[in-house]
Design a protein around this ligand. Structure first.
Ligand code: FRU
Length: 494
């Protein structure tokens, strides 16, 4: 049965959706049906389609009491909206249905596990959340909340765990048919840790272990964990709040963290060998992965970040986008990300240039657009006019542009949206240390109307930014201080 709050949200989103023209949305990145979107939730393959839910407040383009929006896709790029799946309408989730995940039960039903939030006033002023894990079961469209919710609450926390920060369950099935779930938590002094739970049926859960503790290294509370095996290693993806920068890593405040290491099946603990940011741009957070039917591990993230999500004024009828789904692998001990291969099917109008030599500013025939897939290979050469700085400016008109630039002598790549229509003095740039390999730097830039995802060296690093300039700003120009030599391969994306 659909309750009143959900029914109203469904009516509202259906009525408002038609007011947003197709061209006002990204073409192949999911944005909310209307209103606000944050984290991806319940990313799963169910009854022959990809399902993606999202943190959703339909009634305004700012964060509000969380619902779950819902969309389905055959190719991970073109999404069809379904009616909102969850609304905050039960005693244990009345202040929000926070992030969670999904899987298919053996009997064919779709199980969602999410965080129920109840906000309580504090004596000293302000509020604090009570967060528990809850379940809803459905058919891919309508979901019924489990009558015994919550299924995990303060009583299931190991010693010292905060019940105010206990959220974002990520569930999966083991090969033996039992289930596991990781949940973000922190100690009373706000130090993040990931809890591991076990279940026989996906509904009744028991605490298994503390998978890993932060011990003050990476930020404070750890949100949105995901844990899986990849290329003979174990990977923990997590989004820590309040991170401190370390070299050129972790400059986003609310950051992203990938830990690669090993899992001890006896103690159910994870030991990391390697850490890195997941994304080195400005707009990426709260990633979630899926094990696709063909074996690929595919990740999607919220293509915004809490620290900078006020960039767009609230007059717009939607805010928030998902990143491109990205295929993950581990190469030379690092997490690699490549756009899902389905994207190649959208390519048309190939334009190819080889060994273009130039100084100063250049534009090239056929190189423009706001929905493009462009590979630029920069060949580094020593000589009289050694390259000091290289830049690609896109989404360009007389006033605006967004840029990616590279300084060879520092080996720093920068994304920059200072001139991308913002009237606010937010942080608009992010730099990342990159590697020239056998004399080349390879950049693959995907633009989709309001975003750029820059894949460096075949996915060794990714820098993601959003920008909300007019679509008529579609120029692209190249800049070189010194002499640049480059190849360019560009496609429009249908
Ligand atoms: C991460 C997050 C989650 C929470 C959700 C609330 O972006 O803070 O931890 O479940 O957003 O919308």
């Amino acid at each position: 049965m659909v309750g009143q709050t959900l029914w109203e949200a469904r009516k509202y989103e259906e009525a408002m959706e038609s007011g947003i023209r197709k061209e006002e949305r990204p073409a192949f990145h999911l944005c909310p049906r209307v209103g606000w979107m944050n984290d991806p939730n319940g990313f799963s393959y169910y009854r022959g389609q990809y399902h993606l839910f999202y943190q959703y407040y339909p009634y305004d383009s700012i964060w509000g009491p969380m619902h779950w929006g819902h969309a389905v896709s055959d190719d991970l790029l073109h999404w069809t909206y379904l009616p909102a799946a969850l609304a905050p309408d039960a005693a244990y989730d009345k202040d929000g249905c926070f992030s969670g995940s999904a899987l298919e039960l053996p009997d064919g039903r779709h199980l969602l596990m999410y965080t129920g939030v109840v906000r309580q006033p504090r004596l000293e002023g302000g509020f604090r959340d009570i967060q528990t894990q809850c379940i809803a079961i459905g058919d891919g469209r309508d979901y019924e909340k489990y009558s015994q919710n919550p299924v995990l609450d303060a009583g299931d926390l190991p010693e010292g765990g905060s019940r105010n920060d206990f959220r974002d369950p990520r569930i999966w099935a083991e090969e033996d048919g039992t289930y596991r779930c990781v949940v973000g938590n922190c100690t009373k002094d706000k130090d993040g840790r990931i809890l591991l739970y076990k279940s026989q049926d996906g509904i009744h859960w028991d605490f298994l272990s503390i998978l890993i503790e932060n011990r003050g290294r990476f930020g404070r509370m750890w949100e949105c964990p995901d844990f899986f095996k990849l290329d003979d290693k174990y990977v923990l993806l997590v989004s820590p709040q309040d991170m401190m920068p370390k070299g050129f890593e972790y400059h986003n405040g609310n950051g992203t963290l990938c830990l690669i290491g090993d899992f001890d099946k006896e103690t159910n603990t994870f030991t990391e060998e390697q850490d890195q940011a997941i994304d080195y741009g400005i707009d990426f957070y709260a990633s979630q992965t899926i094990a696709a039917p063909d074996g690929r591990r595919i990740m999607i993230g919220w293509m915004q970040n809490w620290d900078t999500c006020n960039l767009r004024d609230s007059e717009h009828s939607w805010f928030g986008q998902m990143s491109l789904p990205r295929e993950l692998s581990i190469e030379q001990g690092r997490l690699y990300q490549r756009p899902v291969r389905e994207l190649e099917k959208l390519r048309e109008n190939e334009v190819r240039y080889k060994n273009v030599k130039f100084e100063g500013i250049t534009r090239m025939d056929g190189i423009s657009g706001r929905r493009i897939d462009m590979e630029v290979t920069l060949h580094m050469q020593e000589g009289e006019k050694t390259l000091q700085k290289f830049a690609i400016r896109f989404a360009q008109d007389d006033i605006c542009h967004t840029a990616v630039s590279f300084r060879p002598y520092e080996s720093l790549l920068k994304v920059d949206r200072k001139f991308s229509g913002s009237r606010r003095a937010y942080i608009h740039q992010r730099r990342s240390l990159v590697h020239v390999k056998e004399g080349d730097l390879k950049l693959r830039i995907i633009l989709d109307r309001f975003s750029a995802e820059v894949f460096v060296n075949d996915g060794e690093q990714v820098l993601t930014i959003t920008f909300y300039t007019e679509q008529s700003a579609d120029g692209i120009s190249f800049f070189a201080d010194g002499e640049a030599v480059m190849d360019v391969l560009k496609y429009d994306l249908k």
